[in-house]
Write a protein of this length. Structure first.
Length: 680
């Protein structure tokens, strides 16, 4: 095993030892072989690392790591100076387009955000413009792109309209919102003119002023570059493109259709669109709906699943990544994105915040974590907050477990869309006004704290695939009639539909502060089957149309006005004072060139007041083999190795004994009255 050292003071003609290090990480990547380590010393590296090869196995990785206790930054931005003041606070600079050549074969200030499911502004409206991939940074913080040159420096709004919930939300920083840029690209002259309002008292030539140049900072160009570890870096400022599930999903860091990456202990920030991509590559489809305009994106997405199978989409070749202990923030679309390439992966212990909160563009692929085809994926013990949507699992959520996460201060917390399960949501804190949205079937919700609303919605116009258990092999596909959900041991503490979605919101499946939205659903499999059998004992497809699947609800606790399922067994409805607050002592997004690194300054604390009688409302521990199997997939609730799933560990790591009676909610030790405990 060889250790290659890299330092800003090094030389790529050197041997790469500690005494005579290399200058660039890319040159070290060109030299590294399976089992080798690239050790990167403190400094800023302005490059796109494109490893030409990977390791051979989990034991023979190629590891890229920041040297212990040293701050190594890999950035997609370049420093620019020589700004000229046009008027108070408004500055301009003329850049040669050669600055962008060789960095990804595109000028991000000339390249528009584009792709399937991106909501474009109305081209007839002069007050809006198409957004571009470029960004301008003042002391490490991004300015927004202005709609037109004359708008630069105008006061920013104090509130913004959330595109999903249609509610007015506070602007993240109204004072900073006045700082905007606008670019004019002259291809004939080979120049890019950038105009930026930095503030009346700010001279950009006296600050660190940068523009994004590269489409990634760590991503191979070729596919199947496997078994790579990236550890301990600050990875920043990539000009990534919009990443729908029907295109090559760019990320600031991305395995690019590979297996076995470990991305750990990094600070990942300021990607124009996505921070980490565990996603699809281009050969299985590249924005065909937007480009061809002949079929809906839904059909092209369905086709991409079969195309991926034809090029080797399976556990032997793709997925099994580990993403852990990263701090991911200030990205415009997603913190972590992935379609197909995320299978069999683990995403744990990450702090994800400030995702898509500037709301300068919108589309239907925005979340802290947005995954399609999350087969046998574990999403556990993450802290996701201050995002437009925390976790969105869309299509083929099967064998997936969302466990022991803390989600709060988001516009929406957890959205499971058009999937057939089995999937498990257990021991989570869901504390935003719109806490849970179930637009799927085949889910099990066990011992969660739900402090907001629950929304249901059937989907009868999109048949989506399901798979053989623990496999990418397609077993069938179906629409979403609604139902086939299991709810046990959850604690509902109220929630306002108006606060979550506004006063005019309506969901065709229902929305409530507890589980009363299921009142129209059957409550047993036998009852459902008897309702579709004909008098002669036969049945056919037409008898199933419009029929919702049964739900299995037992042993939940409701307080703060939350209403139960009307046929629930063993549920408890409590009266009395209730309050919930999640207090996070984390730092805000950076305002300097040295952004906050590492963990929150203090623990995340749950402060919850529960009414008298809460401790008496107990129910037995939930075990995986007792959960009713999922309807369409006909599959059990089990771990990826095929054993029944264990559900005994609570949010803070305490395990229950099988058969023990437990209070509702994510922490076994909650009590009547005031509770205050560190949960992350």
């Amino acid at each position: 095993m060889t250790i290659f050292h890299v330092s800003p003071n090094g030389d790529d003609a050197a041997a790469g030892t500690a005494q005579v290090p290399l200058r660039t990480i890319q040159h070290a990547a060109d030299l590294a072989r399976p089992g080798d380590t690239v050790l990167v010393h403190a400094g800023t590296y302005r490059e796109w690392v494109r490893p030409p090869r990977g390791g051979r196995s989990d034991l023979r990785r190629i590891t890229f790591a920041a040297a212990p206790k040293e701050h190594a930054v890999i950035t997609g931005a370049e420093v620019v100076s020589g700004w000229i003041e046009e008027s108070p606070g408004l500055w301009s600079i003329c850049l040669s387009n050669r600055l962008f050549s060789g960095q990804g074969v595109r000028n991000p200030f000339a390249t528009e955000l584009s792709g399937d499911w991106l909501v474009r502004p109305d081209p007839r409206d002069r007050m809006t413009s198409h957004q571009h991939l470029g960004q301008v940074f003042l002391d490490g913080r991004a300015l927004s792109e202005g709609s037109f040159l004359e708008s630069l420096g105008q006061p920013g709004p104090t509130t913004l309209l959330d595109d999903w919930t249609r509610r007015e939300v506070p602007a993240p920083d109204a004072n900073w919102a006045t700082r905007q840029w606008f670019a004019l690209v002259d291809r004939g002259k080979g120049t890019t003119n950038i105009y930026a309002y930095f503030g009346a008292d700010t001279d950009p030539n006296e600050h660190l002023t940068e523009v994004s140049v590269r489409p990634a900072v760590f991503a191979p160009v070729r596919t199947h570059i496997n078994w790579i570890t990236v550890r301990g870096f600050e990875l920043a400022q990539a000009a990534t493109q919009w990443a729908p599930p029907t295109a090559a999903q760019e990320g600031l860091i991305a395995p690019n259709w590979a297996k076995g990456w470990i991305i750990e202990d990094n600070v990942i920030r300021d990607s124009r669109c996505s921070g980490i991509s565990l996603g699809k590559e281009a050969s299985t489809g590249e924005n065909f709906a937007a480009e061809r305009r002949d079929k809906p994106g839904y059909l092209y997405q369905l086709e991409s699943v079969f195309a991926a199978r034809q090029i080797g989409w399976d556990g032997e070749h793709i997925g099994s990544h580990i993403v852990r202990r990263n701090r991911i923030f200030a990205c415009g679309q997603t913190g972590i994105v992935g379609h197909l390439g995320c299978v069999f992966s683990v995403i744990e212990d990450n702090d994800i915040f400030d995702i898509a909160t500037r709301r300068d563009f919108f589309g239907h692929e925005i979340a802290g974590i947005k995954l399609h085809a999350a087969i046998d994926v574990a999403i556990r013990h993450n802290h996701i907050h201050k995002c437009t949507l925390a976790i969105w699992l869309d299509w083929q959520t099967q064998g997936t477990r969302i466990s022991r996460n803390v989600l709060h201060a988001n516009s929406r917390d957890l959205f499971i869309e058009v999937s057939h399960g089995p999937y498990i949501v257990d021991h989570n804190v869901l504390a935003s006004p719109a806490a849970l949205e179930v637009v799927s079937d085949g889910g099990a919700f066990v011992h969660n704290l739900v402090a907001g609303t629950v929304r249901l919605e059937p989907v009868l116009d999109r048949a989506t695939p399901y798979h053989r258990p623990h496999s990418t092999q397609v077993a069938g596909y179906s629409v979403i009639p609604g139902g086939d959900d299991r709810w046990a041991g959850n604690l509902f503490v109220g929630g306002s539909v108006e606060e979550a979605y506004g006063s005019d919101f309506h969901s065709p499946g229902g929305v409530s502060s507890g589980l009363s939205c299921y009142e129209a659903y059957p409550d047993s499999t036998d009852g459902f089957m008897s309702s579709v059998l004909r008098a002669d004992g036969s049945h056919d497809h037409d008898t199933y149309v419009g029929r919702r699947l049964p739900v299995h609800v037992a042993g939940n606790t409701y307080a703060g006005g939350a209403r139960p399922f009307d046929r629930e067994a063993g549920g408890a409805v409590l009266k009395g004072a209730v309050s919930v607050d999640v207090v996070a002592g984390d730092a805000e997004a950076p305002g300097s060139a040295e952004p906050v690194r590492g963990w929150p300054d203090s623990p995340v604390v749950l402060e919850i007041t529960l009414p008298e009688g809460f401790q008496d409302a107990t129910s037995p521990t939930v075990v995986g083999e007792e959960l009713e199997r999922s309807y369409f997939t006909d599959a059990e609730f089990e771990d990826p190795d095929g054993h029944p799933v264990g559900l005994s560990e609570d949010l803070i790591g305490h395990s229950a004994v099988r058969g023990e009676n437990l209070v509702a909610g994510p922490v076994h030790g909650l009590q009547d009255g005031e509770n205050s405990l560190a949960i992350w």
